[in-house]
Ligand binder design. Structure first.
Ligand code: ZN
Length: 318
């Protein structure tokens, strides 16, 4: 007998797949599963093309869930799931004052990088719909630009001075494109990638437990190099109220803190433990009326330096 062998275990059921249906190490190509939906941990994602991986995060006040699906160039599938919803995130009004936001995040030196980076320029856009905190376009743009500026300058309250010298960014302007989310079965998931990294606000329905914000990031998955090629972020303004003044706030979430966390993922950072490092930008929970994630902690900067500070011009913190 000749011709391609059909791998055993490729009798995939109709409808959404589970990881058990197409386990890690199986060939998504041989099993004809590219573009099929996989459900895991309450999230759902399409299996990407060979040589790509896609990450979906839903972030909640109490933590975050992540599903990532990678397909290598040969078609072999792998998954990463993360559920950090048990971090007891208390309302933390004190943390927004400058005097209270410093010490612990400056001592805590824990990071987690996703081993992916922008090897090319990150050109990002803002959608042309509504914005959180009822901001107008120019005010929202200013906050987003400032947030990216804070990542590139490693802005912190700890007295660390450095630059994330190899992260190149360009603001592409306002776009009629939307961030690439779609809602199916009451769950928002990553839609097809439109090639434009877009930040916007809208609906992220999830029956009973909607996320505060969501992110889809696409990365190449070829050889050892991992290029982030697109990252879309959406604020859920249907179910949550946002503010730009968390020190004068009730039942709202800080726009800058949510954005700093999501853009942290957009440049390749992963999560650190909420219970152990609650003040770090990349701890997954975002407490209401807290601005503590607006600035980077020591661990956040360490992670960024490992990704973007690879030459002599970097003065790494220790
Ligand atoms: Zn996150």
């Amino acid at each position: 007998m000749s011709g391609p062998a059909v791998a055993a275990g490729c009798q995939l059921p109709a409808g959404d797949l589970t990881i058990g249906d197409l386990p890690e190490g199986a060939s998504a190509v041989d099993c004809d599963a590219i573009g099929r939906d996989v459900r895991a941990g309450g999230l759902e994602l399409e299996i990407p093309e060979p040589g790509m991986r896609v990450m979906l995060e839903h972030v909640y006040p109490s933590g975050a869930v992540i599903l990532e699906i990678a397909v290598d160039e040969e078609g072999i599938v792998s998954y990463e799931t993360e559920s950090m919803l048990d971090g007891a995130v208390e309302e933390d009004e004190a943390s927004v004052s400058a005097s209270a936001s410093g010490p612990s995040e400056c001592r805590q030196d824990n990071w987690n990088i996703r081993n992916e980076r922008h090897n090319n320029r990150w050109t990002w856009y803002i959608g042309d719909g509504s914005y959180p905190a009822a901001l107008g376009y120019s005010a929202f743009r200013q906050i987003a630009q400032q947030t990216i500026g804070r990542i590139k300058s490693a802005h912190n309250d700890c007295g660390f001075s450095d630059k994330i010298s190899q992260l190149q960014t360009t603001f592409g302007g306002k776009t009629s494109y939307e961030s690439d989310f779609k809602i199916e079965n009451g769950v928002s998931k990553c839609a097809s990638r439109d090639g434009r990294s877009t930040l916007d606000a809208g609906n992220l329905d999830k029956s009973g437990n909607p996320p505060l914000a969501a992110e889809c990031t696409w990365t190449t998955n070829s050889g050892s190099r991992r290029d982030i090629v697109e990252s879309d972020v959406r604020f859920n303004i249907r179910d949550f109220d946002f503010t730009t003044t968390p020190w004068n706030c009730s039942g709202k979430w800080d726009v800058r803190s949510v954005l700093m966390h999501e853009f942290g993922h957009s440049v390749g950072l992963g999560h650190v433990s909420e219970s152990r490092y609650p003040r770090m930008t990349m701890s997954p929970g975002i407490a209401k009326c807290s601005g503590s994630a607006r600035t980077l902690g020591k661990g956040d900067i360490h992670g960024l330096q490992l990704l973007y500070c690879l030459n002599q011009n970097c003065h790494r913190i220790s």
